[in-house]
Design a protein around this ligand. Structure first.
Ligand SMILES: NC(=O)c1ccc[n+]([C@@H]2O[C@H](COP(=O)([O-])OP(=O)(O)OC[C@H]3O[C@@H](n4cnc5c(N)ncnc54)[C@H](OP(=O)(O)O)[C@@H]3O)[C@@H](O)[C@H]2O)c1
Length: 243
């Protein structure tokens, strides 16, 4: 596995308390980055901190709800004061919402899903864009799903619509930052052994799925990829390509 040298880099990972976000946070810390780990559950973030410290890395914990009030803008203000630049932003936190036919989805759940999976990510981009642009080679990574663009799946409406919107957010930001030092990637992890997947597919044996840590080499490759255009990574395709 080629591990990029992230010493001296600062990386914010949303949804870092478990699942894919936690695995990415550990991977970035092991590569030398100072990881800013954001999620709502303090206890789980503290466990992550222990794991990162045991691996010789370092992290700062941000226990925060991304859809509560003006948390994002206040966070950006604090990060701007404390750090001169932000090198990596991993937009990972998301919820599944409700798996139901479109007419049956509770409007509150629809709103919550779009608020977290789309609007919070736009607000993070909006608020953090100035310090991202201060990095000499910044990277913004968006976590998507196959239902966000590859195909439609009945009953996954709110989540699928949110991921399709997220992909367009990423594509638009990539166009707008074309001439900057920023790199933009869209990563589709595919079916992964996490709480979200178990919620979506309760009858599935989780042991048939890759663990989140198995994504690490592909995440490292995406971060090392310095092509200027928007980069897309799909774990399934990456595996099919012999990795
Ligand atoms: N697992 C899969 O099979 C799969 C497939 C395709 C795409 N993805 C995508 O991969 C990403 C990670 O998924 P996952 O399976 O690892 O999900 P997960 O296990 O459900 O983890 C979601 C993370 O988001 C955080 N979060 C949820 N609501 C939040 C809020 N309001 N504010 C701040 N943080 C919040 C959770 O932490 P707290 O609860 O502590 O806040 C948790 O750390 C998502 O974008 C997902 O759409 C997953």
């Amino acid at each position: 596995m080629n591990i990029p040298d992230l010493n001296g880099k600062t990386a914010l990972v949303t949804g870092a308390s478990r699942g894919i976000g936690k695995a990415i946070a550990v991977a970035l810390a092991k590569a030398g980055a100072h990881v800013l780990a954001l999620a709502r559950t303090s206890g789980a973030l503290e466990e992550l901190d222990d794991e990162i410290k045991a691996a010789g890395g370092n992290a700062s914990l941000i226990p925060m709800d991304l859809i509560e009030g003006d948390n994002i803008e206040r966070l950006a203000g604090a990060l701007t004061e404390r750090f001169e630049k932000l090198d990596i932003l991993v937009l990972n936190a998301a919820i599944l919402g409700e798996l139901a036919p479109l007419p049956d989805i509770d409007p509150k759940v629809w709103k919550q899903t779009l608020d977290l999976n789309v609007t919070a990510n736009w607000r993070l981009l909006r608020a953090l864009d100035p310090i991202l642009r201060k990095s000499d080679s910044g990277h913004v990574m968006f976590l998507t799903s196959a239902v966000g663009g590859e195909y439609a799946r009945a009953f996954w409406g709110a989540y699928a619509v949110s991921k399709a919107a997220l992909e367009m957010l990423a594509e638009t930001y990539a166009e707008e930052t074309k001439k900057s030092s920023l790199h933009i990637s869209i990563v589709n992890p595919g079916a992964t052994r996490t709480d979200m997947r178990a919620l979506a597919m309760p009858g599935e044996d989780p042991m048939t799925l890759p663990a989140p840590e198995e994504l690490t080499p592909m995440i490292y490759e995406a971060l090392a990829d310095k092509r200027t255009e928007l980069k897309r990574y799909s774990f399934r395709q990456w595996r099919e390509n012999g990795n």
